[in-house]
Ligand binder design. Structure first.
Ligand SMILES: [Zn+2]
Ligand SMILES: [Zn+2]
Length: 350
């Protein structure tokens, strides 16, 4: 089968690999019907994910059909359409039992797929702990509607959940990339009095304005003034940092009111500084990222009910054998791209 593979820093290659086989009684093999490219894939390519194993098939955001299950898998069966969870978790350890599945103590626990074990930018993928890692897609939900449930949408959902948002709040979301927009969709479900989105790309700002007209959109220069103007207590009650640069990290705590919650969702390429003398007395609560992807069932239900719709995010589609081109467009943010759907059906026809 074709598998897009991390070879070395800066180098991914589409290569032939054997179709994966079951290795444990709790594994499943999934035929990938639609996958996507995530910013974290780019982080692997840039060498900023030290855990990533050279030779691994990348890709951790996908939906597919169960081909085969180990004898201890009970939640899914061959033929089921499923979302694959970005995280591998046992469901039994101290952290899993508390919903902190990102910190599962299993050797494969956490973000393993497409990083430490073979992922889904391929025709097939082996999913460990399939009862935890796979969620059945309701019949009325399409593959495309469900595509982001296991990763970026799970991240947005988790970020909104841990941020303790109330209806009196002004919420600032920094970054309107794919994860930022998914975060926005999930924050909107909490109905805060005001949502401000800060995005420096005019194209992405326009995307938010077009699709979510109730949201206030600002650029970084005006962000703190716009937040002040739209908040009741001298700053945002909740800030979600989804952009991941030095400037946006600083902006996150600067725009927060005293005693606010700052949820850091972004993955940074470099360490960040907390200037504690300047922040003294602001009494902020920081929550830092690493999605606990254990809400897929609930998210799929919200999609089924029409309360979350990520279809506008799918701006491009490519067959797997043209994935290089898909990466080039996604990485360089060409042609108004938000997310790319990758179909493992080769344009050569097999
Ligand atoms: Zn991802
Ligand atoms: Zn666990």
């Amino acid at each position: 089968m074709l598998a897009y593979t991390y070879l070395d820093k800066g180098k991914f290659e589409l290569m032939e690999k054997p179709v994966p086989v079951l290795r444990s009684s709790r594994d499943a093999i999934v035929r990938v019907t639609l996958g996507s490219i995530c910013t974290s894939d780019l982080h692997i390519r840039h060498g900023s994910v030290p855990r990533a194993v050279p030779g691994v098939t990348v890709g951790h955001e996908m939906v597919g059909v169960v081909e085969q299950t180990g004898e201890d898998v009970t939640a899914v069966k061959p033929g089921d359409r499923v979302v694959v969870n970005v995280e591998t978790f046992c469901g039994e350890c101290f952290f899993c039992r508390r919903g902190y599945v990102n910190n599962c103590t299993d050797p494969d626990g956490g973000w393993a797929l497409g990083c430490r074990i073979d992922g889904g930018q391929a025709e097939f993928v082996r999913v460990p702990y399939a009862d935890q890692g796979l969620t059945k897609i309701p019949d009325s939900v399409t593959d495309e509607q469900a595509l982001f449930v296991g990763d970026v949408l799970a991240t947005g959902f988790w970020a909104a959940r841990i941020s303790d948002i109330s209806e009196d709040d002004t919420v600032l979301i920094i970054g309107a990339g794919p994860t930022g927009i998914c975060t926005l969709l999930c924050v909107m479900l909490k109905r805060p009095r005001c949502i401000v989105v800060c995005e420096k790309s005019p194209e992405r700002a326009a995307f938010v304005m077009e699709h979510y007209p109730d949201v206030i959109v600002t650029g970084p220069e005006d962000c703190s003034a716009v937040v002040l103007e739209n908040s009741l207590h001298g700053g945002a009650d909740v800030v979600l940092e989804v952009a991941g640069t030095d400037e946006t990290f600083r902006m996150a705590w600067e725009c927060a009111r005293p005693n606010a919650t700052v949820t850091v969702v972004a993955l940074y390429d470099s360490p960040q500084v907390l200037p504690l003398p300047q922040m003294y007395g602001k009494n902020l609560t920081f929550k830092t990222g690493g999605v606990d992807g254990c809400d897929c069932r609930e998210i799929l239900q919200l999609i089924e009910e029409g309360r979350i719709d990520t279809l506008p995010l799918v701006t491009h589609r490519f067959p797997l054998d043209r994935i290089e081109e898909a990466y080039r467009i996604f990485e360089n943010r060409l042609d108004g791209v938000i997310k790319v759907a990758v179909e493992p059906i080769c344009s050569s026809g097999n």
